[in-house]
Design a protein around this ligand. Structure first.
Ligand code: GCW
Length: 678
């Protein structure tokens, strides 16, 4: 076995009573007559899973029988109506899994209103089996709280992946459309097992070819593999495509020729892929072309594409990640300024996709001030699963707590309790379309994600997209049980490491609200000293503002006043260092090095304390992981251990380089004993 390839869908043999219990519950499979490809995918997964778990694939039975797993919709098996199942509340994608009796037989019933609901229910049952649920008492129902749960691949057409740390893109464009690699099927299985139902195949820094006929044929082939798994395909498009392909002289969104051109493209795409999802657009951001090149607004641009897609039911996902080379306004403020003014101006099938954090996917950022501030504009959250700023695939950082922290943050818009999760799932403003997206971390590496633990981040994202109020700890637990072990001692040990890991990274990279202090370009390793990049807002010194007097970015009224973009209650809280949560202190304030922290230490001392704490945490992870040597297969144990050794060394590098640099600016002495001699 190539340990790692199976992700969380490992179906290793069960033994003893657990095995007998599963066997008794998986004697046969009953599915709707004339099964769809989606039902066949569910059957294939049950076969694969049970062959692995109990060594025997159950037969397909024509009738309900004792010990069967029964997949049924009210349409396929009207008899289930008499069970009075709460199916109405489950919508088009929800499912119910229940140990019950049908025709006098003990069965496991997986019920839903649609075939994709049955597929999700099948994955849920297999998850229950592997996490040690009581199969005799099983009664689980679940429905997604948001409509669109999407992966965004930053995969280039030459198979490089922007910010990808897991090898080449999984999409082998060269051999498509003929070769439909098994990896696409396995990707679909993993993705569907989490309930993810959309994927953008290519990088937001998009190329023009993607909408031409040869590429549409390739995309169609991928879409055909993903479709049975309930996953719709979307594409990122480049604003200037009609001009760069040589078809038009302009890409002005108000020029009818431009609309006509995109309409024609949309028709070609939908002819090949009838359920195509739509376009994702990065416009007028980091050098990408966009409607502003023609003095038109983001709304003008998005609405033009929306018009081209509307007849086919397609969506435009317009990114709010914009900051301009000509704007001297604090980068934190620019997206809000731009999009707040456009609230209510977007067409019905436009969604604005907002990054996690007003700056850029940092190890910690306060939530983006647009959440809660634009009630007439449906917003999607864009998380980053790939760890561009958190040590790539080598550093262990479980991102579940980061997603949870942001989703649970209270925007205070329209009163207390309006969390980001409530904005996203539509409860706050009644958004008609809701969704969560994330930049994927997948590639051709054996582990898919570049490391064993980064699989947990893909997993956590998917589970939290399904339920933005889910607990990241509960998710980590079920991931460990499926991926490593169900032994409570092992689960506890791994869980503790995971739950502490992101905070450790924050401590050794960006403590107390520091941000964007990474090395230039690749963003791996420290670079707080960098000050010579051509755009000021790319320089770390712009973000930490350290000098001999103090450190931090003043975002209060005496500075950029970005704090004022939050609801009044929060703006007030963020405007005073005494009421600002410590984790955001230097995000919002420029403070003297001798500023007294609640701990009694000076700011300078506290900073050093945090860096040390981060390093110590990683040292602890190593020691704790080593103790699990006999509990985990040799290969995975060794691979994780090797990465932890790298992480420990690099945490020290981060700390030492950062402290040395800040000491040179602050002229403060290095506290005795904090940095061991080399
Ligand atoms: O985080 C930054 C990355 C870029 C990325 C950009 C974006 C795709 O450094 O690599 O480009 O954000 O999100 O558009």
């Amino acid at each position: 076995e190539e340990e790692g390839y199976d992700l969380w869908l490992r179906y290793r043999p069960l033994e003893g009573p657990p095995r007998e219990k599963v066997e008794a519950r998986a004697k046969a499979i009953v599915v709707p007559k004339n099964p769809s490809l989606t039902i066949l995918a569910a059957v294939a997964e049950l076969h694969r899973g049970l062959s692995g778990l109990v060594g025997r694939a159950p037969v397909l039975a024509g009738e309900v029988e004792e010990g069967a797993v029964v997949l049924a919709t009210p349409a396929s098996m009207p008899a289930i109506k008499s069970l009075k199942l709460p199916l109405a509340g489950l919508g088009a994608e929800g499912y119910l899994v229940r140990a019950t009796k049908l025709d006098g037989h003990k069965v496991t019933l997986i019920a839903a209103n649609s075939d994709v609901g049955l597929l999700y229910g099948t994955f849920a049952w297999l998850r229950a089996v592997r996490t040690g649920a009581n199969l005799e008492k099983l009664d689980e129902q679940s429905a997604p709280k948001v409509h669109l749960r999407m992966l965004n691949h930053w995969d280039n057409l030459d198979r490089t992946v922007e910010r990808g740390y897991a090898g080449e893109s999984i999409w082998d464009w060269w051999t498509l459309p003929e070769v439909k690699d098994q990896r696409y099927v396995d990707y679909a299985r993993a993705t569907a097992s989490l309930g993810i139902n959309g994927t953008v195949l290519n990088n937001v820094n998009a190329r023009i070819e993607i909408v031409t006929a040869p590429w549409i044929a390739k995309v169609k082939a991928v879409a055909e593999v993903l479709r049975p798994y309930g996953i719709k395909v979307y594409l990122a498009v480049r604003w200037s495509t009609p001009v760069e392909l040589g078809d038009l002289k302009t890409a002005d969104p108000l020029d009818p020729k431009v609309l006509a051109w995109w309409k024609e493209r949309a028709e070609a795409i939908y002819a090949a892929i009838p359920d195509f999802g739509g376009f994702l657009v990065k416009a007028n951001s980091e050098g990408q072309p966009g409607p502003q090149d023609y003095e038109r607004s983001h709304a003008d641009g998005a609405n033009m594409l929306a018009k081209a897609l509307a007849p086919h039911g397609g969506l435009v996902l317009w990114r709010a990640f914009v900051y301009s080379a000509h704007d001297t306004e604090d980068r934190h403020k620019q997206a809000y300024t731009e999009f707040k003014a456009l609230d209510g101006k977007f067409a019905k099938n436009v969604i604005v996709q907002v990054k996690n954090g007003a700056i850029d996917f940092q190890p910690r950022e306060p939530f983006h001030p647009l959440f809660g501030a634009v009630p007439k504009t449906p917003l999607f959250m864009e998380f980053q699963i790939t760890k561009e700023y958190l040590g790539f695939a080598t550093h262990l950082a479980y991102l579940g707590p980061m997603y949870e922290e942001v989703l649970q943050d209270d925007t205070h818009q329209g009163g207390k309790g309006t969390t980001v999760a409530k904005v996203i799932d539509g409860r706050a403003h009644g958004y008609k379309i809701t969704g969560v997206a994330a930049v994927a971390n997948t590639g051709s590496h054996r582990t898919w994600c570049g490391s064993h633990f980064d699989q947990a981040n893909w997993y956590a994202f998917g589970r939290m997209a399904w339920d933005p109020e889910a607990s990241s700890e509960a998710i980590a637990r079920e991931w460990i049980e499926q991926t490593f072990s169900t032994d409570p001692r092992v689960v506890k040990a791994i869980l503790a490491i995971m739950m502490e890991s992101r905070e450790a990274v924050v401590d050794y990279m960006t403590p107390l609200g520091l941000h964007h202090v990474m090395a230039t370009g690749h963003h791996y390793g420290p670079g707080p000293w960098v000050s010579n990049l051509k755009r000021p807002e790319w320089n770390p010194v712009y973000y930490h503002q350290a000098d001999k007097n103090g450190i931090g970015f003043d975002r209060t009224a005496s500075g950029s006043n970005a704090a004022s973009q939050y609801a009044p209650a929060l703006a007030k809280r963020f405007s005073d260092p005494k009421t600002t949560p410590e984790k955001y202190l230097l995000w919002f304030h420029h403070l003297p090095w001798d500023y007294k922290m609640p701990s009694g230490r000076t700011l300078w001392e506290e900073l050093i304390k945090r860096y040390d704490r981060g390093v110590d945490a990683v040292t602890g992870f190593r020691a704790r992981w080593d103790k699990l040597k006999d509990d985990i297969d040799v290969r995975r144990h060794r691979e994780v251990a090797t990465f932890l050794a790298i992480q420990e060394r690099e945490a020290q590098w981060w700390r030492d380089a950062s402290i040395a640099y800040f000491a040179s600016v602050s002229k403060r002495p290095l506290p005795k004993g904090t940095i061991p001699p080399p």
